[in-house]
Write a new protein. Sequence first.
Length: 397
Amino acid sequence: MKKIINPIAGLLLIVASMVLGEAKGKESAGSAVAPVRCSEVIKGFEWLGEQITYPNPAPGEDVRELGTVYSIWFERAGPAVRGDTYPMTWADDGEIYASSGDPHWGKKAIGLDVEKFSGYPPNYKISKVNEMYGYYGNGGEGPKPSGMICVDGVLYLAFQNLLGKKAPVYGKKSQHGTNATIVCSKDHGLTWTPDINSITEPMFPGYIFGGPAFVNFGKNNDGARDGFIYAVSAEQWDNGSHLRIGRVPKDRILKRQAWEFVCGFDGSGGPVWCGDMTRAVPVLSNHKKISLPEMVYLKSIKRYLLLTWSLKKDFDCNSGSELYMYDSPEPWGPFTLVHQEDWEDAEISPYCPRIPLKWLKQSRDEIIGWMQFSGSWRQNSAHYHSHVRKFRLIVKD
């Protein structure tokens, strides 16, 4: 068992103004982003055992529901439940709902779908809820999921790349994440509105809020801080540099005009909100180290936990990745470092970490749970599945 307690001392991140040279456009003034120090609340993080890959079908098992679309990219690997990204939420019916990007099982290989995670690790079960016909496009060429939340029994799914492939903000090989939109389901994923074929323009044009990831608080959004729904976004799918935050009244999530963003900070460090997305300022910056994020609220210690990641080489699933964990008293920060590591190994090259709140046990002294994540998408990869690994957060006295 490998144990790492606050492995990096002192300053870690680069102030936003130092990394703007490669960004497209200028950032708004008034950002209060500062260098990040180690957490004063969470004193350590440790893995409790090795990672567990979602199993392939057993010999003799009926694989008809897995379909034949696997043969497009995983012919030698055979049929299996595959996919990646998996933004997820704990819904009112007690189930975890998620969306997989380019699932390669069932009746559709590319785009996204909606799935259900039932039970608890290591014996959880993934089942298909909706193939999401109409959501087509491989990788950055088509819709990919970025966030999911359940509010008052309604599922909301945020997805990016509505307008197809675009150039990334950073690097030439990274996958962009732009032109995001939100849809909702009142029947636990069976149907979604508005219909994808009726959406002609994104709610959030461009890259500034191109991949909204909803901040999850608990089952059916239980324990939410107020009447708003919050979401954080990076600038591209992998290896971006800035994190921004928006919010919207919980009964107006699909109304773009109701969204507002942190556009600066006042003299006491409080956020200044505005409806002009182009004025949104970063709340966290780390040059090419911020990819599609995840944020959850840890009610036992009253802290927000932010997870993000980076690939060692832009959009390269063969060279390894890094995991970053931060905490903060508010969704907009200020952020402190909980943990950083070279994540697993290059063979898996993990990405898109998730913290399913249903799988957490929280107390004032420690938080034990399972992290879910994705693995290498290389052709015939044995790792392009859901993965889970048990962990513990140690809280300071």
